[in-house]
Design a protein around this ligand. Structure first.
Ligand SMILES: NC(=O)c1ccc[n+]([C@@H]2O[C@H](COP(=O)([O-])OP(=O)(O)OC[C@H]3O[C@@H](n4cnc5c(N)ncnc54)[C@H](OP(=O)(O)O)[C@@H]3O)[C@@H](O)[C@H]2O)c1
Length: 296
């Protein structure tokens, strides 16, 4: 069995990677938040300890997954954001070059400025906030310096239930709390990305030598408002809960960081190579919500 290190695997995407890869690879999964029995502690900001772990395991592939993903946290804790989202990626690049193994790095649709309606793999990023800049600098470093790499850009992540800190569970948690009306922005567009599909498509590519930068999101271009409406429809709550359209100003205090109007990605490169196995976001959302527990 080939060996893989998944660094920063304690979050929503890490769980999907663990489940997708565990039967076919010998995995070493790390995080600073050791919240599962299959995780061990390692802080990837620390070059020496990251390198020591990698030399000890001697993996065939290094997947550098973790990051600080809270935009407001990154904006006010800049050094922490650069250390976690950029410096650690430089560490991963140096280590994978030393071990002569491929590096997998996960970037984000948020690196674009949202002036276009959608972005393909070759569009030019222009990050608007600290989080986006730290992620893009990581991407740039990998592309310029890593001998063999995959950079996969994800969109609006959904998956992991209790680990889901993002939009789907912000809606689900309001429903659980008994909300009869939901305020949802109608001025933000994007492409949902189911963690399960994302991990599956990464596995589909990882042993092919087709290194490079790839957009990797579910099919279908949508908006926050449409996603919220779809959640209510799938859960049969559309006649019981009212959706109220608002614009981003409504949440300006809570979400004070500038977000692009559009974070829509299209997997053009994967399509051209015939390697896009991502499902449509609505189909993925049905699967994700099939085991949601609203009474928990
Ligand atoms: N979530 C999204 O919507 C989204 C969209 C596009 C791209 N991405 C990218 O996808 C990747 C996975 O994100 P996710 O959604 O799974 O985020 P997540 O749920 O927040 O998980 C990230 C994990 O990384 C860990 N981590 C943070 N600093 C670390 C360090 N120094 N050493 C080791 N582990 C560390 C975190 O621990 P703590 O919880 O203790 O901080 C957390 O367990 C990230 O690179 C992210 O930028 C995410």
């Amino acid at each position: 069995m080939k060996k893989i290190i998944i660094a920063g695997a304690g979050g929503m995407l890490g769980e999907a990677f663990y489940n997708e890869f565990k039967n076919d690879y010998n995995l070493t999964c790390t995080d600073i938040d050791v919240n599962e029995s299959w995780l061990i502690y390692n802080d990837f900001r620390n070059f020496e300890s990251y390198k020591e772990l990698c030399y000890k395991v001697n993996p065939d592939i290094l997947i550098h997954l973790g990051a600080h993903t809270d935009l407001e946290f990154c904006e006010v804790n800049r050094e922490e954001a650069y250390n976690t989202n950029t410096i650690s990626v430089e560490n991963a690049t140096l280590i994978s070059n030393e071990l002569d193994i491929p590096l997998v790095y996960v970037s984000t649709a948020g690196i674009f400025d949202g002036k276009k309606d959608s972005y393909d793999d070759w569009d030019k990023p222009n990050p608007l906030c600290v989080y986006a800049r730290t992620k893009y600098l990581g991407e740039e470093y990998v592309v310029k310096n890593c001998r063999r790499y995959f950079v996969f850009r994800a969109g609006w992540m959904m998956g992991g239930h209790k680990k889901d800190k993002k939009f789907i569970y912000k809606i689900i948690n309001q429903i659980k709390a008994g909300a009869k009306e939901l305020h949802v922005v109608d001025d933000k567009n994007g492409t949902p990305t189911y963690t399960v599909d994302f991990a599956r498509n990464v596995k589909h590519l990882i042993n092919k030598d087709l290194f490079g930068v790839y957009n990797l999101v579910c099919g279908g271009l949508t908006s926050r408002f449409e996603v919220a409406a779809e959640i209510l429809r799938i859960l049969n709550l559309d006649s019981k809960i009212k959706l109220q359209k608002v614009n981003s100003e409504h949440f300006a205090k809570e979400y004070f960081v500038e977000r692009p109007k559009s974070e829509r990605l299209v997997n053009k490169k994967l399509d051209l190579r015939g390697l896009n196995i991502m499902r449509d976001w609505k189909e993925a959302l049905v699967e994700y919500l099939s085991d949601v527990n609203l009474n928990e």
